[in-house]
Design a protein around this ligand. Structure first.
Ligand SMILES: [Zn+2]
Length: 130
């Protein structure tokens, strides 16, 4: 069961995301709608995150690695990742999740490194992981 949270870099995420068993969880709030997002990422805003953890577990069924991020991944990203891990421990069901990761430097770092941004308005994002 995932108990600890590790950080990964943008380049590590690029190589990981070609795997089908990974989900990227964007926990930014309104910024997602005007700043764009990482292609294929799910949106679970930090302000309602706790209420929607069960929905998130349903949505990531079959995935074993979750990567959380917010704008900088300093507060909201790690906090939500921690809430998620605590929740799995509380319900005593790991839901098949083996790794809970946080994207270092968040969306802003991702964008600043020139990595691709999706600007679709679909919920969920329909874009394939590049
Ligand atoms: Zn999109």
């Amino acid at each position: 069961m995932a108990r600890s949270i590790s950080y990964i870099t943008g380049s590590q995420l690029i190589s990981l995301r070609s795997r089908p068993n990974i989900a990227i969880i964007d926990v930014r709030d309104d910024e997602r709608s005007y700043d764009g997002h990482i292609a294929g990422s799910l949106h679970y805003a930090s302000d309602t995150f706790s209420d929607k953890i069960s929905n998130l577990i349903q949505e990531v069924k079959g995935k074993d690695t979750l990567v959380f991020h917010c704008a900088l991944s300093q507060v909201r990203g790690p906090t939500c990742a921690r809430k998620f891990v605590n929740h799995l421990q509380e319900i005593k069901d790991d839901a098949g999740i083996k790794n809970v990761l946080v994207l270092e430097r968040g969306f802003n770092g991702w964008e600043a490194s020139g990595r691709p941004i999706c600007r679709c308005n679909s919920v969920p994002c329909k874009s394939e992981n590049a």
